[in-house]
Design a protein around this ligand. Structure first.
Ligand SMILES: CC(C)(COP(=O)(O)OP(=O)(O)OC[C@H]1O[C@@H](n2cnc3c(N)ncnc32)[C@H](O)[C@@H]1OP(=O)(O)O)[C@@H](O)C(=O)NCCC(=O)NCCS
Length: 252
């Protein structure tokens, strides 16, 4: 008997709503996860924005007990969305090493891996809804460093993770399965509940990668997004220096 963690109604079209259930997924759901992921990948407008995880990775690093977790959303008895998470432990792939998370805290790092929402169900904030439950579960399990990578051209995903208070810490071309694709590295420490304040604020277009790298190297962080025109891959990112780190010679 699966445990339902949320129930609600989804807007399908202006005249059609549909009930949904959000549940924790396990290894018995692997085919549904892979099928949904395949469908999304085959129909991506921009292949740059999403790199799919292999079946082996999902089985061994997400659905294996103690290695990660996955949340799914069902509507009409079909898996229509999921979020996967992995726990890298002290392994070399722990992205906490890239942003100087202390060694003794690496076991508290969770990597947000993939989220997908099936085409007909987008716009229902399902990524954000799954994220809320993901954070609650992670916090109960003792994971407080939440890290993820997102393409600088993936407005919906970046908007959702930044609305969940993840902050842009780095921007690089990533290797391995990313095959040199550009990715932001974002992080949130669930132990910090204070509102972050920034100084020296600047606005940069998402596709100005060089400028963003330059600012990040100087200690700036990306903390919010705005989209002036409804063009999914053109938007503005707000950068600033965290107030506590403010130094006067930052532009030298
Ligand atoms: C990213 C994704 C999961 C978000 O789906 P979602 O939860 O239905 O999205 P939301 O309803 O929260 O929308 C978030 C924002 O993106 C916008 N948006 C949603 N889908 C969009 C699309 N296809 N194109 C452009 N903008 C879109 C929404 O209007 C909203 O913007 P706003 O806050 O400025 O109004 C979904 O687009 C998806 O599956 N994409 C392909 C896979 C992927 O890129 N996953 C993320 C990387 S792992």
């Amino acid at each position: 008997m699966r445990e339902i963690i949320e129930r609600g109604t989804l807007r399908r079209t202006i005249i059609l709503d549909e009930e949904y259930e959000m549940v924790i997924l396990d290894k018995t759901n692997i085919d549904e996860i892979v099928d949904l992921q395949d469908k999304i990948v085959k129909n991506l407008n921009n292949p740059e924005v999403f790199v799919m995880d292999s079946r082996e990775f999902i089985l061994n690093s997400v659905l294996e007990k103690g290695k990660g977790l996955a949340i799914g959303v069902y509507a009409d008895n079909k898996l229509i969305a999921f979020r996967t998470v992995s726990f890298p432990g002290k392994s070399e792939i722990n992205m906490g090493r890239e942003i100087d998370i202390p060694l003794e805290e690496l076991d508290h790092v969770a990597h947000l891996e993939s989220t997908v929402v099936d085409f007909g169900y987008r716009g229902n904030r399902l990524q954000a809804k799954m994220m809320k439950h993901t954070f609650k579960i992670l916090s109960e399990l003792g994971y407080y460093h939440i890290l993820c990578t997102v393409s600088p051209f993936n407005y919906p995903s970046l908007k959702n993770v930044m609305d969940a208070d993840l902050i842009i810490k780095a921007l690089n071309k990533r290797g391995g399965p990313y095959e040199g694709k550009w990715r932001f590295l974002l992080a949130r420490d669930l132990r910090n509940t204070d509102t972050r304040e920034y100084t020296c604020n600047v606005e940069i277009e998402n596709n100005n990668l060089e400028k963003q790298q330059e600012l990040l190297k100087k200690g700036f962080e990306g903390f919010s997004l705005c989209r002036n025109r409804y063009v999914s891959d053109e938007f503005i990112i707000h950068y600033g220096i965290p107030y506590k780190d403010h130094v006067t010679n930052i532009f030298e």
